[in-house]
Design a protein around this ligand. Structure first.
Ligand code: IMP
Ligand code: MG
Length: 179
């Protein structure tokens, strides 16, 4: 697995520091007494979300959604489909969507429009990584861990063709691996 890595972009320590900062910012921004429903976008956001919720010092409810994205390619198709919907009732709840990467933004655009139509109290987005130069739609992101250039990355929950999710760091892949 390590042989496929071109360069480590963010070490385990660097990621941990950022996750702690994000958790503190989120805790600070909500009001005392608020409860939030944290929605993880499967599967990529799972590792980040697991670390993040332990840095949030307020009541958190946890749920997941699965949407179709890249399949086995490295480019977003633009068509989004909900493969798994929420288990919890979110009406009148504060909702925080947690994502691994925002790239074109089409996935989250679709998800946020969908969730906003369900009479929720508020909606915020937290993503660990953002590729702002790739955006194809308007999207307000409330919390961004790191902005990154237009490079394909893996690790810390993020895959290429379902591989590399268990790498503890975030890294670029050698071109020959995905070409
Ligand atoms: P978007 O709809 O183009 O914003 O796609 C977002 C989703 O694409 C993310 O949640 C990731 O699952 C996936 N994605 C985007 N960039 C990368 C990358 O560099 N490596 C792995 N997956 C990525
Ligand atoms: Mg994702």
């Amino acid at each position: 697995m390590e042989n496929d890595i071109k360069e480590v972009m963010f070490t385990k320590e660097k990621i941990h520091g950022k996750v702690k900062q994000l958790g503190e910012a989120i805790t600070k921004d909500y009001n005392t007494g608020d409860e939030i429903v944290v929605i993880g976008v499967l599967k990529g956001a799972n590792v980040f979300l697991s670390d993040l919720i332990r840095e949030i010092a307020m009541p958190v409810y946890l749920d997941f959604m699965a949407v179709s994205s890249y399949g086995l390619s490295t480019e977003s198709s633009g068509t989004v489909r909900i493969l798994k919907d929420l288990d919890l009732e979110i009406e009148n709840k504060h909702v925080l969507i947690v994502e691994d990467i925002v790239d074109t933004g089409l996935t989250l655009k679709y998800l946020t429009d969908n969730l906003k139509s369900r009479n929720i109290a508020s909606l915020k987005i937290c993503t660990l990584l953002d590729k702002p130069f790739r955006r194809k739609c308007d999207l307000d992101i409330d919390y961004v861990g790191f902005e990154i250039p237009d490079e394909f990355i893996v690790g810390y929950g993020i895959d290429f063709a379902e591989k590399y999710r268990n790498l503890p760091y975030i890294a670029t892949l050698k071109k020959e691996v995905y070409n």
